[in-house]
Structures are given as structure tokens and as C-alpha cells.
Ligand binder design. Structure first.
Ligand code: AMP
Length: 288
């Protein structure tokens, strides 16, 4: 496994692989790797002959007052885990090597990036699209794997790839969860034991919505949203948003629409658990 810092070094290494006929898969991460990330790496290996994992806490996607400075970093541990997964290359740029002082470009994906996280975190998806496009170019990726945990991010990247004819195959991987259903996240380590218990409300939402819809198949978006908000706030969680959207384009459903009439409905939410902001999303279906 090689570890490289500079985009030009990565491009040269990947170019020589491409010339030798290798197929390159990229898994972009911000490090502090957990089993969710490692599942993405396993998945990437099925699509490619060389697997590249980037580890970069991207300053462009953090707003003022967000947790950029405190974001957990654990490079030595990450490298060990990736070696055990037979990753071929870790791309670990510094902010200076990735964004030289005269760097001015921003990639902005209109539409799908505007609601949900785009409202709560203005500029976040410009930062994401910019870093991802740059990572694609540095690694010459044929395939890139993203988690459905960040469902809006997945849709933003897919839109960018379509719009710009990037020719990178985007694979979405289902959210990897702990035994009780909480989505794995590098930010979960911020949670105190008490907050981790509060977060279980989010973990139980998949079960809660399925039960609710099997008893109220005709429930409207407004009714289910209210039920979910009441369920969540039985713990001291502070809701940022709870929305029912269509999975294809993340457009919000009308409040009077029946949830199960929406095409491929999905519940998306963000909530504060103490000082930690957690996001999650669940496809909605009737109990079978
Ligand atoms: P991050 O390091 O949080 O930027 O995440 C890097 C990639 O891993 C993104 O594509 C995330 O969606 C994905 N990811 C993070 N947590 C999970 C999870 N629990 N299950 C599946 N994918 C995840």
C-alpha cells in the first residue's frame, strides 16, 4: 500500500496503473475510519483492480463555527485498517497541497444541493462537489463509492457526474449500522454514554415508521412528520429538520400527500444530540 500526499504524485501513480490496464476505484473519506467506511472499501474492490482511499478533512465543506478543528483525526490507525483491507493507495493531502494559496475555483450543483443540508449548512455542497471533482481528477477514478448515510451528498455527486459527463461510475452503498440501528459515523465518538442513549431514538426510526405505516397506510406526510418529531423528542434531541422526500430527486413531498403514494419515499432528518449533529435517512415502506 502506498501513501501519497500531493495530487500530482497521485495522478502519476494512477496514470501508470491506467496505462497498465488497471481499473481504479476511489472511496473518498475524511478519515477516522469505522466499519461503514471499510464496507465501502470492500465494495470498491468488487468493481476495480486498484482501490484508492482518500483521507482529507476538507476545510471547504465546513462552515464557520462547525467542527472542522475538532473533527476526529486518526491517521496511523486508519492506515493500519486500510492495509488490512488491501487498499492499494491512500491519498492523504494536506490542506496546502490540495488547495494552494491561489486556489479559487468552486463547483456548485444547483437543485439537489439546495434543500435539507444545503439550508442548514450553506456552502457545504459546493465544498463537497469541489473536493470530489478534484479527487476524481487526481485519481483518474473509473468508479467511486459513496455511502447512502449521506444521501443528499450521493445525489449531488451523481448530478455533477451527469452534468459534467465525468464518466465516473458512482456506486451508492447502503448505510452500515450498529446493532441497535444507529448509523456508524465518525462523529458518534463525540457522544457521551447518556447522549448515545438519546441517539437510539434515531436508530429506532426505521422500525417506528414501518410500524406507524402498517397501522396507518393512508397517513399523510404531515401526520407522519409530526409522529416522527414526537417520537424523537421523547429524548432531549433538538430537531433541525425532519422531511419526507422522493428518493430520486430529494424534492419535498406535499404535506397533504399520502406518504405511501410518493414515489420511493424517504425520511431524511438532522438532529442535535447534545453538541453533536447527527443525520440519517430511511426508505419508507409498509410493514410486510
Ligand atoms: P466521511 O468520512 O464521513 O466523509 O464519509 C466518507 C464516506 O463514507 C461517505 O461516502 C459516507 O457517506 C460514507 N459513510 C459514512 N458513514 C457511513 C455508514 N455508516 N454507512 C455507509 N457509508 C458511510
Amino acid at each position: 500500500m502506498i501513501i501519497l500526499e500531493h495530487p500530482k504524485q497521485v495522478q502519476a501513480a494512477c496514470q501508470s496503473w491506467k496505462t497498465a490496464g488497471e481499473i481504479i476505484a476511489l472511496v473518498p473519506t475524511m478519515g477516522c475510519l469505522h466499519d461503514g467506511h471499510l464496507k465501502l472499501v470492500e465494495c470498491a474492490k468488487q468493481y476495480a483492480t486498484k482501490t484508492v482511499v482518500s483521507i482529507f478533512v476538507n476545510p471547504l465543506q465546513f462552515g464557520p463555527g462547525e467542527d472542522f478543528d475538532n473533527y476526529p483525526r486518526a491517521f496511523a490507525d486508519d492506515a493500519e485498517k486500510l492495509k488490512a483491507e488491501n487498499c492499494d493507495l491512500i491519498f492523504a493531502p494536506t490542506a496546502e497541497s490540495f488547495y494552494p494559496s491561489d486556489f479559487t475555483t468552486r463547483v456548485s450543483v444547483a437543485g439537489v444541493s439546495e434543500g435539507l443540508e444545503g439550508i442548514s449548512r450553506p456552502g457545504h455542497f459546493d465544498g463537497v462537489a469541489t473536493v470530489v471533482l478534484k479527487l476524481f481528477h487526481a485519481t483518474l477514478a473509473d468508479v467511486a463509492v459513496f455511502g447512502e448515510k449521506d444521501f443528499q451528498q450521493l445525489r449531488v455527486v451523481q448530478q455533477m457526474v451527469r452534468d459534467l459527463n465525468l464518466g465516473v461510475r458512482i456506486v451508492g452503498h447502503p448505510t452500515v449500522r450498529e446493532g441497535d440501528g444507529l448509523a456508524l459515523s465518525s462523529r458518534n465518538r463525540y457522544l457521551s454514554p447518556e447522549e448515545r442513549e438519546w441517539a437510539q431514538r434515531i436508530a429506532e426510526l426505521s422500525f417506528f415508521t414501518r410500524e406507524y405505516l402498517s397501522g396507518n397506510a393512508g397517513a399523510t406526510v404531515a401526520e407522519l412528520t409530526q409522529a416522527v418529531e414526537e417520537f424523537l423528542t421523547r429524548a432531549p434531541l433538538r430537531i433541525d429538520y425532519v422531511r419526507m422526500v422522493s428518493s430520486a430527486d430529494l424534492k419535498p413531498a406535499g404535506v397533504e400527500d399520502q406518504v405511501l403514494q410518493i414515489s420511493d419515499p424517504r425520511l431524511v432528518l438532522a438532529a442535535w444530540c447534545g453538541k453533536t449533529r447527527l443525520i440519517d435517512n430511511f426508505p419508507l415502506e409498509r410493514n410486510r
